[in-house]
Design a protein around this ligand. Structure first.
Ligand code: BES
Ligand code: ZN
Ligand code: ZN
Length: 477
């Protein structure tokens, strides 16, 4: 599917025109408004109606933008997505999208049109015989001055779909070694440096968490380090992503209803790769390191067990209480390694706890950081991107809950309460505050993978929080 931006669409022929209108239908010709009213079309956000076209367009898909005074980028994304989907259902291959009123609003909304179209038309259909037609070409009408924003929207949306493709692939296809291969391909494409640690190097580097959790699987563990170093750099950023290619729970095996969908336990790692893709495209003046600890968590004769004690490179000893709390064990190695890079900002993202989903629901990520500025930047970014995030406390008083009986810490809290917070407090033990200026942890267990369709997302992987984190690290001071 090709998506183009054009400042001139007169004379352009297409199977369908997707036309955005506000509630009240004031800007339409009387005849069209009349017909739409007969169909009961009001112009609410994402509402669609199809009328036969004339001239250059075989059909016209009207899509609602809601009340004129209340338009924002997220509504534009929803409308663009619904409009395109309706055009596709009507059998269109070539589509022109015209949101004339939105164009008047500005660059952000123009970027949102591109995102809505590309994110909204995504489907993970690789393994299915094609059921319906494919869109071939989409031309979006808009002012020349916003072309750059439109192209930026394309880059962001394509990175999101890249992440979704990776996350949606099952555990028999994407193993830790495969994830390393994909990272190497990305590095080759954008000229990043790429180091992959196999078991021998993992031993040398004392990455005990990755080695311990990885031992139960035939698919060996890996640690991946991608780096982008521009000639002129304003700051150093480290991104860390949890890459559990399948989480069975290990010896503390998950019940079946919770094991299904655990192919998505690598969503943090994939999100980090998606952000690197955006970095590779936009080439900002910031140094960015992507760190991915990746394992498959399986029960086996060699698997790690409850009661095991491991001692990390930074001296912290950990008592294993549940082999299903594996994410924090592998992230610990990456956070120790990331601290050594002495970054200005370190952000980790992980499908870390079911407790975070209990706390915030399926659509919202949990954000943990002591840095108010970084928190505000991220929260401002999600307001624009529509990826929901909510700040949670790194409550000192809960530290008692992860104190170990025989080691410094245990990998699970003594009670279930505040499980997302105790997981974050566990991670904090491995961030060297003398070397890392600012650290944030994002628990994406809820929104990384959805059971059903939501807004412009189909069910399955969403690619969250790629857009917000990319905006946050790229945006200047
Ligand atoms: N990968 C899971 C967390 C998860 C749950 C992600 C639901 C996405 C959706 C994680 O490794 C896990 O199993 N966490 C346990 C921790 C518990 C043993 C302290 C959990 O949340 O139950
Ligand atoms: Zn687990
Ligand atoms: Zn997990």
């Amino acid at each position: 599917m090709k998506v183009r931006y054009a400042s001139e669409i007169t004379g352009k022929k297409a199977d369908a025109l997707v036309f955005g209108v506000f509630e009240g239908l004031k800007d339409l010709m009387d005849k069209d408004a009349e017909q739409l009213k007969k169909l009961g079309f009001k112009g609410k956000v994402g509402e669609t109606a199809v009328l036969p076209g004339e001239g250059n367009f075989k059909t016209i898909v009207y899509v609602g933008l809601g009340k004129k005074g209340e338009i924002d980028s997220e509504k534009v994304r929803i409308a663009a997505a619904k409009g395109i989907r309706t055009a596709k259902k009507s059998g269109a291959k070539r589509v022109v999208v015209d949101f004339p009123e939105v164009e008047k609003l500005g660059g952000k909304e123009t970027k949102a049109v591109a995102e809505g179209i590309i994110i909204g038309s995504y489907k993970f259909s690789k393994y299915k015989k094609e059921e319906d037609g494919e869109l071939k070409e989409i031309v979006v009408a808009g002012k020349k001055e916003f072309k750059k924003e439109f192209e930026k929207g394309k880059i962001f949306a394509e990175a999101v779909n890249f992440v979704r493709d990776l996350v949606n692939e099952p555990g028999n296809v994407i193993t830790p070694e495969k994830l390393a291969e994909i990272s190497e391909e990305l590095a080759a494409k954008y000229g990043f440096e790429c180091k992959v640690f196999d078991e021998e190097i993992l031993e040398k580097e004392k990455m005990v968490g990755i080695l311990t959790v990885g031992r139960g699987s035939k698919n060996p563990p890996r640690f991946i380090h991608l780096s982008y170093k521009p000639k002129k750099s304003e700051k150093r950023v480290v991104l860390v992503g949890k890459g559990v290619t399948f989480d069975s729970g290990g010896l503390n095996i998950k019940p079946e209803q919770f094991m299904k969908t655990m192919k998505s336990d690598k969503a943090g790692a994939c999100a980090v790769l998606g952000i690197m893709k955006i970095i590779g495209e936009l080439k900002p003046n910031i140094e960015v390191h992507a760190l991915i600890p990746t394992v498959e968590n399986m029960p086996d004769g060699r698997a790690y067990r409850p009661d095991d004690i491991i001692v990390y490179k930074n001296g912290v000893s950990v008592e294993v209480h549940s082999t299903d709390a594996e994410g924090r064990l592998i992230l610990a190695d990456a956070l120790i390694y990331g601290s050594e890079l002495e970054p200005d900002v370190m952000i980790d993202m992980a499908t870390l706890t079911g407790a975070c989903v209990v706390a915030l629901g399926h659509y919202t990520s949990g954000l943990f950081t002591e840095d108010d500025r970084l928190a505000n930047k991220l929260l401002k970014a999600v307001k624009e991107t529509g990826e929901k995030m909510w700040r949670m406390p790194l409550d000192e008083d809960l530290k008692e809950d992860i104190k170990g009986a025989y080691a410094d810490v245990q990998n699970v809290g003594k009670t279930r309460y505040g499980g997302a917070i105790t997981a974050a407090l566990f991670l904090q033990k491995f961030v060297d505050s003398k070397k890392v200026k600012s650290w944030a942890h994002i628990d994406i267990a809820g929104p990384a993978f959805l059971d059903s369709e939501w807004k412009y997302y189909t069910s399955g992987a969403t690619g969250q929080p790629v857009r917000a984190v990319a905006e946050t690290i790229i945006e200047g001071e």
